[in-house]
Design a protein around this ligand. Structure first.
Ligand SMILES: Cc1cc2nc3c(=O)[nH]c(=O)nc-3n(C[C@H](O)[C@H](O)[C@H](O)COP(=O)(O)O)c2cc1C
Length: 175
């Protein structure tokens, strides 16, 4: 059976809600859901697909000292354990009404780090159906991962997740 690891942050809130929905969409026991602060070389070993999700909460939180920001510790796991072509799918929570110029920016940072570790990014997502003016997470007219605005489009979250999970399974060769 293929093994899928879902890693997310922060512990509570929209990201956690959506991470649980993604896990439910896979069904069965092939997925393991955990917060990024619990990731270690053991939990990152032998995975056929890695899913990483977070929210964009402004530049301030990204500029915290390394010791205070769990994302830096998460990325450090990959210094020791390169991903060597393992598929990585990203999802990002954001608010397109209050932050239209920086919608789901954080997905780009996750992408850069995962690619640096040798991961193969899957699950790029169309920008249609959103109303925003700028996002670092858009490349070649697509988001680098699944964009979710659970503040203003929660009625679309389940459908988006359902479609995206089918897409990443296909791209990662998981039946
Ligand atoms: C201080 C703060 C800054 C935010 N900055 C952004 C932003 O730059 N871009 C964006 O798309 N959303 C931004 N958001 C919205 C959050 O990403 C969004 O509400 C998300 O669903 C929060 O998920 P969480 O509760 O799991 O962290 C911001 C929210 C807060 C509280």
């Amino acid at each position: 059976m293929k093994k899928i690891g879902i890693f997310y942050w922060p512990v509570k809130g929209n990201v956690a809600t959506c991470a649980k929905k993604i896990e439910a969409e896979f069904g069965g026991s092939q997925t393991k859901l955990q917060t990024i602060d619990n990731a270690n070389s053991e939990s990152l070993t032998g995975l056929d697909l890695i899913i990483v999700g977070g929210s964009t909460t402004g530049a301030d939180s990204w500029q915290q000292a390394r010791g205070n920001n769990p994302w830096f510790d998460f990325y450090a796991n990959f210094d020791k354990k390169p991903l060597a072509g393992i598929p990585v799918a990203i999802f990002g929570l954001g608010d397109q009404i209050l932050y239209p110029d920086h919608f789901v920016d954080n997905m780009k940072m996750i992408k850069v780090e995962m690619e640096k570790a040798g991961g193969r990014i899957v699950g790029r997502w169309p920008t249609e159906g959103y109303d925003f003016t700028g996002s670092e997470a858009v490349e070649d007219d697509k988001f680098v991962g699944l964009a979710l605005d659970h503040d203003h489009q929660d009625d679309l979250t389940d459908e988006r997740i359902g479609t995206w999970v089918k897409q990443i399974k296909k791209e990662a060769g998981i039946s």
